[in-house]
Ligand binder design. Sequence first.
Ligand code: FES
Length: 282
Amino acid sequence: MARDYDLKPAPSSEGSSDVNPGSSINRRQFLHYGFNTATGVLAASLGVLGFASILLPPGGSVEGELSVKYWAKGREDTAWYGAKHEQLMTHQDFVDEAAKSNTETSGASGIWNGVPVVVAYVNHSKYANTPLSNGKARFQFTEGVDETGKTIGHFEDLSDTDPRLLPSKNLVMIFARCTHLCCIPGWQLVSNSFTEDSWTPGGGDDGGTKLFCICHSSRFDPTVLEMNTNRNRSNGTTFKYAGVRRAGGPAPVGLPIIPIELNAEGVIEGLVDYLDWYTYCD
Ligand code: FES
């Protein structure tokens, strides 16, 4: 039986008359009405990053259309994917870009069914068994803590149950709403010590390759996968999720992972199994 998830109303969801924003939405409705919901999401962050400076066109995905597209309007238009706005994201694009990097990482802003995402590539399969001292990024799987610092569980507690949460072909997709005040973090859209092309192990706040939230400087490490917890803003319930570590700044916890798969053409597609993980923002 399909699960329903509580979502906050989207300001511009008038056209979604058969969805009752603020009550619940199921997987099929999420797919069909994602754009309308996201328009509200993006409007809530106006002026923050390129994502937030426009309203998305009408339309929306239907089931079977789960592809992730680049988003390159605003700061993103000077990034390596700046000419790929609204084009399909492919695995090969990230491999090619990572080959130019000291850390063999790459990342890009995207849009998936109307919600902002960041996709990060880490050459884990090449470097997982090499010395950490070589500075080459690889994924780390670890325990996570809640906002009080209490350990809540290990990433593998979740991935053992659902292996689709593990990186796919060295890629991880991250829900790009900051857990502080819901701005949209980006990957290397600003230049500072947190975004430089360097990497250190352990998920600390040193080293670059962080997702950086420009609003109040929160940092998230896409190479450290852990268990997190957050709260549904609509109904107050708490939930645990697989996420990437909050490395620093005012954000209390990490950002949710959206599981992905690659289609036959190598296009990245998101899976809609964990909608309740995206309910901590208005
Ligand atoms: S909203 Fe991201 S740091 Fe405040």
